[in-house]
Design a protein around this ligand. Structure first.
Ligand SMILES: C[S@@+](CC[C@H](N)C(=O)[O-])C[C@H]1O[C@@H](n2cnc3c(N)ncnc32)[C@H](O)[C@@H]1O
Length: 222
């Protein structure tokens, strides 16, 4: 798995380098507009929680696999921590990271993470669980770090069946070491005490036959 993950991380870094140089062509976003584009997307994603952005101001937010332009970069709150193994590489490409007030941990989210149990008011994981080495260890850390009755905001692209997963190929397969059906994601979240309050699964698949899935929920008492 580690070779597969390393390979995926090379592609991942290549992607972020490419868009900084060329923009996001399919969305008509030039490279000088990427920061604003991502800001809008990330804040919209956070608003899925049905809480205004100011709600998080006095809260501790921990973001898993933030990339260079995660939610943490765009909000003011008490403490912002992001766990991102490529952060030192992203710093070479994205200038805003030089002045960032986010505490980045240059680590994998599987742990061990030097963060106390029940530390976070909100754990964010956007488009990362299918990129990691061991999704179960990552979910275990989300559960451990999130306080009881704290919140989680979670996104991943899902498949509707195992047979759709088996059709995965090419670059898409290289970039994503793991794949999940929607049912599997519900089972996994539940088994790590992450109770879904609301979710949305886009009925239309993307070009890779995945469906955009987002949910917001609360960490139950273990
Ligand atoms: C597709 S990007 C998403 C970035 C960001 N969340 C976003 O939506 O823009 C996936 C990110 O997960 C990070 N990642 C991969 N494996 C990880 C792991 N084991 N622990 C933490 N982050 C990881 C990658 O370095 C990459 O930045």
């Amino acid at each position: 798995m580690i070779d597969k993950w390393n390979n995926a991380q090379v592609y991942e870094l290549g992607y972020w380098k490419y868009i900084m140089e060329n923009g996001i062509v399919c969305s008509n976003v030039t490279s000088d507009k990427i920061y604003e584009f991502q800001r809008k997307n990330m804040l919209e994603t956070l608003l899925y929680s049905e809480r205004p952005i100011e709600f998080w101001k006095d809260k501790i937010i921990i973001e898993f696999g933030s990339g260079p332009l995660g939610v943490c970069e765009f909000i003011d709150d008490k403490e912002k921590i992001a766990i991102e193994p490529l952060i030192n590489e992203y710093r070479k490409i994205y200038n805003h990271l030089q002045e960032s007030d986010v505490i980045y941990l240059d680590k994998c989210a599987e742990g061990p993470l030097n963060i106390p149990d029940g530390y976070a008011d909100l754990v964010v994981s956007i488009n990362m669980l299918d990129h990691v080495i061991d999704p179960l260890k990552v979910l275990n850390e989300i559960n451990r770090i999130c306080k009881t009755n704290g919140y989680f905001l979670f996104h991943v692209n899902v498949y509707l069946s195992e047979s759709d997963i088996n059709k995965k190929s090419g670059m898409h397969l290289d970039l994503h070491p793991h794949s999940f059906t929607k049912i599997k994601i519900f089972e996994l979240l539940e088994s790590y005490n992450l109770s879904v309050i609301k979710f949305y699964c886009c009925p239309e698949p993307n070009e890779q036959n995945e469906h955009h899935f987002i949910c917001f929920g609360v960490k139950k008492k273990c």
